[in-house]
Design a protein around this ligand. Structure first.
Ligand SMILES: [Zn+2]
Length: 301
């Protein structure tokens, strides 16, 4: 497990990545010290090498199209990833053991510096029966200042579970269907909460990427019982509905199934949790029951 990593960047994204840019360039097959190379801008079809690295500002510059990339922008272009993907690449590939230095030339650039920590704390969900590898696969991070685990639900939204105090859940942005590793050809088990979704993957024995690739069903969380209409109006079909065994869950099940009938979609209702309220409660109290019920409901087609 990696230690705490502090990635510092300024409000104007005027990033001083110190040596990371050069470290990265040295891993590529196009970079040659003090020589021009083919422009990395995907929109620029560079016939003669027009790009070079400027160590003074840690950017690559194209003298033909004029693009001027910092490390994040270069990684986005080279690896076809988003901002977050670029940060993850930096964390996993360019940072060695040393913690990252913060902004060195803060005095020269009068911009505010923010710090973002990408941290992990697998203990909370381990107590709820969920193995650390699965948490890693699902990219679940931790905010030690606010004391919450962060479950990414889309590239721009997340659900946070606070692990201390009365306040429990916060949705950042809209409440999205949580469907990690969704594949259209598989049936989809539908649950309410994100942690229930993760609990079903746990019950399926997912503790590696290859195990995730071999699962026989998608698992999708509504994010909230009231979010059933988002699922009904999606293209997702062949549903195995296993919402919570409580009043809110039963009400949502009725509304959802009425709408699915109207739309002519395939579904079946199952109770995977026996006497327990939801997938995580069942996982924590009677793991065997949940495991065998999940297998059973997939075997019966
Ligand atoms: Zn260019």
């Amino acid at each position: 497990m990696k230690g705490m990593i502090v990635i510092s960047y300024s409000a104007k994204d005027n990033i001083n990545y110190n040596d990371w840019m050069l470290n990265y360039l040295n891993t590529t097959d196009y970079y040659r010290p003090r020589k021009h190379f083919k422009c990395r801008n995907p929109m620029h079809n560079d016939n003669k090498p027009s790009m070079s690295f400027n160590p003074k500002n840690n950017k690559v510059h194209c003298f033909s199209c004029g693009c001027n990339y910092n490390l994040i922008e270069l990684l986005k272009a080279d690896l076809n990833v988003d901002y977050r993907g670029a940060l993850i690449y930096i964390r996993d590939n360019l940072i060695k053991d040393e913690p990252i230095k913060t902004h060195d030339n803060a005095r020269e650039s009068p911009t505010i510096n923010y710090s973002r920590k990408v941290e992990y704390n697998y203990e909370y969900l381990k107590k709820r029966g969920i193995n650390a590898n699965l948490q890693m696969i699902l990219n679940i991070t931790y905010d030690s200042y606010r004391k919450c685990i962060i479950i990414p639900t889309s590239p721009t939204t997340s659900t946070e579970r606070f692990i201390e105090g009365e306040f429990r859940y916060l949705h950042n942005g809209s409440i999205e269907l949580y469907k990690p590793y969704y594949r259209a050809k598989l049936p989809s088990i539908i649950v309410e909460g994100e942690i229930d979704c993760i609990s079903i993957y746990e019950a399926m024995g997912v503790d590696s990427i290859s195990a995730m690739r071999n699962v026989k069903a998608n698992v999708i969380a509504l994010g909230s019982a009231n979010n059933w209409h988002k699922l009904a109006n999606s293209k997702i079909d062949n549903l195995i509905i296993a919402l919570d065994n409580d009043n809110a869950g039963r009400e949502a099940t009725i509304k959802l199934t009425q709408e699915l009938l109207r739309l002519g979609k395939n579904y079946k209702l199952v109770n995977l949790y026996g006497q327990y309220k939801d997938a995580n409660e069942c996982l924590m109290n009677d793991r065997k029951h949940l495991e065998s019920e999940v297998i059973k409901c997939l075997e019966n087609g």
